[in-house]
Each structure stands twice: as structure tokens, then as C-alpha cells.
Write a protein that binds this ligand. Structure first.
Ligand SMILES: Nc1nc2c(ncn2[C@@H]2O[C@H](COP(=O)(O)OP(=O)(O)OP(=O)(O)O)[C@@H](O)[C@H]2O)c(=O)[nH]1
Length: 398
């Protein structure tokens, strides 16, 4: 078997086609991962570029050399866009597009105006190195903590790729190669072997990025209420318990408020369910502005019932936050299309003592909230000793 450049080009091409098909079928399954579309396009475009370059002796040089290399660099720009999107960064197109234009111009110049295979290989290595270092820089510099592991692994792979292309800059050409890349000699062929391995490693790095993002998205979805983006009931119970425990261990106070929208059924009946949903989103927005407490936990606990935990807050601070929230809601109207819908809430506040369990605290606040409903709604009540005694005794209303 001869590992000459035409054979290695064929191997790269087959690998590119295999990866393109594999990533395309993955995209069909994971259609929520929009970034996959960009990476799939990038891999197909790169594969097409490699195909044209590999067909050097069978198609016009203009198509093989200039269009082929133009496609390679276009694929690289798309890969960069995909990485920026994965990291939720805005993409600045000017630099990569300028680099691509300069690169394609240089390739055309060294193919036709002043033919020089060494210069074309040098330009190819430099642009691939620049893109690999750019991908790695973004991944290592801007990854969020929950997807950091895959970003670090991918970053390391891409730095290795970049170093490989840097080393390729110094690879000597076979003097008999004339202008034909397919006859560039053993050292260049050796770089093809390494290139195939590093490309394969990059595909696996991409898969890791996608997998970790998927796990994070699923974990987030499992603890989030789809309508409001707040924590859901099981998440506030789990996170509230842990937060309460930490506060009690440190001897810090912990307040909790629960609020229920007043006559929400009438809103649904009068303006429709979609308007009701819009009101729930409006309430969420107002609540986020009104609470003003560091590291608070907020959840939609039930249909139109919300729980907010304030770690480190005393009962008085909890009542102040509740009153801010009540006023914010009462003074704002939810806008739905051209309708304005008034909304008020009944709020109950409770605070933890030594040994209080999170579920008990919720029930105490709930008792207080029902008192507010009973007293005419649109108000704030707090749980007293009687509420905590009732809750701890397992009163049926709890
Ligand atoms: N639009 C919308 N409505 C919901 C959602 N979840 C629950 N609801 C509605 O919320 C309403 C709650 O009604 P009730 O429990 O009678 O409470 P209320 O009308 O607010 O009355 P009070 O609490 O006594 O002031 C019901 O009509 C539910 O259908 C939701 O996600 N979206």
C-alpha cells in the first residue's frame, strides 16, 4: 500500500463524506440543536472543497484550486460562526471574511499569476492555523461554567490542530513536484496522515460540545417552568431545601413568600387562555423587578401561584419585598395586544426558625396567603406562631 498524496486525499474525502452524512443524520434527530445546522453545512462545504482539490488533474485548475480553496475557507468561517453561536457570542464577520478574501486571492495569484505550489501550501497552512487558534480561543475564553468541560477538551484538540498547521509551514516540498500538489513528496504526505487524525479528533470534539450542551439543556428544562422560565415546583423544593439548610447552619435568617393571583379564572374567562398566559409572563417580569434580593429563588409553584425564597432575609425584609411586589403588580397592567388587564396578588410571608423544614415554611406562608384572600385579596399577611404550630401539628388545611 502506498500512502501517497492522491490516496490520502481519497481517504480524507471519504472521511469527510462519512462525517457529513453522520452529522446530517444527527441533525435530523437533534433538531433542537440549531448550531448543528451550521456545523453540518461547514463540514459539507469543506468536503466539497477537498473533493475539488482532489480532482486537480481531472477538472479545470480554476475550479480545483481557487474554488476548492474558497470552499475550504468558507467552511472554516461557518465553523467559527457555529462556535460563536454555541457560546452565545455575536459573530464579527469582518475579520474572517477579510481573511477568506485575502486567502482566496493569494491562492489565485500563486496558481495563475505567479505559480508557486510552496506559497499555496504555506497560505493554506496559515489560514487553517488561524481558524483553529480562533476556534480554540473562543472556546477556552468564553465558555459558560456548565459546558466548560467539553469546551476545554475541544479547545485542546483545536490548539493541537493549530500547532500541526504551524508545523506544516516548515514542511519541505519535493523539488520534483513542479506545481502538482499530488506529487509534493513524502513530508507533505506525512502531514496529510497527521491532518486526517486531527480532523477526526475535531469531529469527536464537536460531538462532545453538542452532547454536553444537550445534557445542560435537558437539565435546565427539567427544572424550569416552560411558560415563565422560573424554577418549577420540584426544583424550588430541591434548591430551597439546600438553601434553607445552608442559612440555618450559618445562623442566617430565611424568608419565603408565596403569592396567588386574584380572580385569575376571570381573566381566563374574559380574555382567553392565551391572555392568561401573557398575564403570567407579565407577573413574572414584574416580580423579577420588584424582589430586589441577591440570590433569591423564584418559582411558579402551581397554575397562578408563585413561591419566592429569600435566603438571608428576615421576616421584615420578606414583608418589604412582598409589599414592593404587591404595589408593582397593582400599579401595572398587563398589556395583551391592545388590551390592558389589571392584576393583583394575595401574598403570604413566613420566616424560618431553627429546625424549620422548607415544606413547612411553604405551608406556613400558604396559610398566611389564604388569610389575605379571606381579608379581601390584594394584600400581604405573615405567618405567626399559630400558623407554624398548625403546620407542625399536620393541620388538614396545610
Ligand atoms: N392561562 C392559564 N391559566 C391557568 C394556568 N394554570 C392554571 N390556570 C387557571 O388559573 C385559574 C385558577 O383559578 P382559581 O383557582 O379559581 O383561582 P382564582 O380565579 O385566581 O381565584 P382566587 O385565587 O380565589 O382569587 C383556573 O381557571 C386555571 O385554569 C396556565 O398555565 N395558564
Amino acid at each position: 500500500m502506498h500512502l501517497d498524496i492522491p490516496t490520502l486525499t481519497l481517504v480524507s474525502l471519504l472521511m469527510g463524506i462519512g462525517a457529513s452524512i453522520g452529522f446530517t443524520s444527527l441533525m435530523a434527530v437533534l433538531n433542537t440543536q440549531r448550531v448543528l445546522r451550521i456545523w453540518v453545512a461547514s463540514i459539507w462545504i469543506n468536503t466539497l472543497g477537498i473533493t475539488l482539490i482532489g480532482l486537480r488533474n481531472h477538472i479545470p485548475d480554476l475550479v480545483s484550486i481557487v474554488v476548492g480553496n474558497g470552499l475550504l475557507v468558507t467552511g472554516n468561517i461557518l465553523a467559527l460562526k457555529g462556535i460563536a453561536q454555541h457560546l452565545a457570542l455575536p459573530m464579527r464577520w469582518r475579520w474572517p471574511c477579510s481573511l477568506a478574501a485575502v486567502y482566496t486571492g493569494a491562492i489565485a495569484w500563486f496558481a495563475f499569476a505567479s505559480p508557486n505550489l510552496g506559497a499555496r501550501l504555506l497560505a493554506g497552512s496559515l489560514q487553517a492555523m488561524a481558524f483553529n487558534f480562533a476556534y480554540a480561543y473562543l472556546l477556552l475564553r468564553y465558555s459558560e461554567p456548565d459546558i466548560r468541560k467539553s469546551c476545554r477538551i475541544a479547545g485542546a484538540v483545536l490548539v493541537t490542530n493549530g500547532l500541526f498547521y504551524l508545523a506544516r509551514v516548515f514542511t519541505p516540498l519535493d523539488p520534483t513536484s513542479s506545481q502538482d500538489l499530488m506529487m509534493a513528496g513524502l513530508p507533505v504526505a506525512a502531514t496529510y496522515v497527521v491532518g486526517i487524525l486531527t480532523t477526526l479528533a475535531s469531529y469527536f470534539a464537536l460531538l462532545q460540545l453538542i452532547t454536553e450542551r444537550l445534557v445542560v439543556d435537558l437539565r435546565r428544562a427539567a427544572r424550569t417552568d416552560g411558560l415563565t422560565g422560573l424554577l418549577n415546583r420540584s426544583a424550588i423544593v430541591a434548591e430551597g431545601r439546600a438553601s434553607l439548610e445552608r442559612c440555618l447552619e450559618r445562623g442566617q435568617p430565611f424568608a419565603l413568600l408565596i403569592f396567588d393571583l386574584d380572580h385569575f379564572k376571570q381573566i381566563n374567562d374574559r380574555w382567553g387562555h392565551d391572555a392568561g398566559d401573557a398575564v403570567l409572563r407579565h407577573v413574572t417580569e414584574m416580580m423579577r423587578k420588584a424582589i430586589q434580593w441577591p440570590r433569591y429563588l423564584a418559582s411558579r409553584y402551581g397554575g397562578e401561584e408563585f413561591v419566592v425564597a429569600l435566603p438571608g432575609a428576615t421576616l421584615v425584609q420578606g414583608l418589604e419585598a412582598a409589599e414592593r411586589l404587591r404595589l408593582a403588580l397593582a400599579h401595572s397592567h398587563a398589556r395583551v395586544g391592545d388590551q390592558t388587564i389589571p392584576v393583583t396578588a394575595s401574598i403570604g410571608v413566613a420566616s424560618a426558625r431553627h429546625g424549620t423544614r422548607f415544606e413547612h415554611l411553604v405551608r406556613q406562608a400558604d396559610q398566611a396567603m389564604y388569610r389575605t384572600k379571606f381579608d379581601g385579596r390584594n394584600g400581604v399577611s405573615f405567618a405567626g406562631d399559630r400558623d407554624s404550630r398548625l403546620v407542625e401539628a399536620g393541620d388538614s388545611r396545610c
